[in-house]
Ligand binder design. Sequence first.
Ligand code: MN
Length: 196
Amino acid sequence: MKKFELMALPYQAEALEPVISARTLQFHHGKHLQAYVNNLNNLLPGTPWEGLSLEDIVCQAQGGILNNAGQVLNHNLYFGQFTSPKKDNFPSGKLAAAINAQFGSFNNFCQEFVKAGTTLFGSGWVWLSADADGRLVITQEPNAANPIQKGLCPLLTFDVWEHAYYLDYQNRRPDHLDALWQIIDWTVVEARYVHD
Ligand code: MN
């Protein structure tokens, strides 16, 4: 059976500094995500979910397989959405229009998103997703959950597990989340927003 593989990062480990250090990236991608990939590959053989796509496993499986598949899918979306720090880093096009229409302004959206990430108790992920009508929604998902389990299309995510920021920011989760706006690759996020 084909095994799931560790995604290749689309940038160098130093590329996101100082927002995310190379050291954090090397542990987060090379150790944490690699462990989720390995666990998933070890757990799948002989189960009903062997051979399914990552998305189908996340929507159908349970227990350790669900948790590890969820973390692989979540991290693939997370690491895939970054680029080197930029000033005046904003979305454009249809996604920008939808953000402005629903949240009033990009700044207000950022504040609501960071608030959702800051108030998520324990480990988990904050998400911007689109529903079937293209309407945007911010959700807090605990542990390894993903909005596709609710029928939503995930667009953007911040990882609020402590392993995502503790080496660089210690307990200052809000500071970490505020800094992430500098490194969002909006062309990637906009491409995930396929609604017409
Ligand atoms: Mn993580």
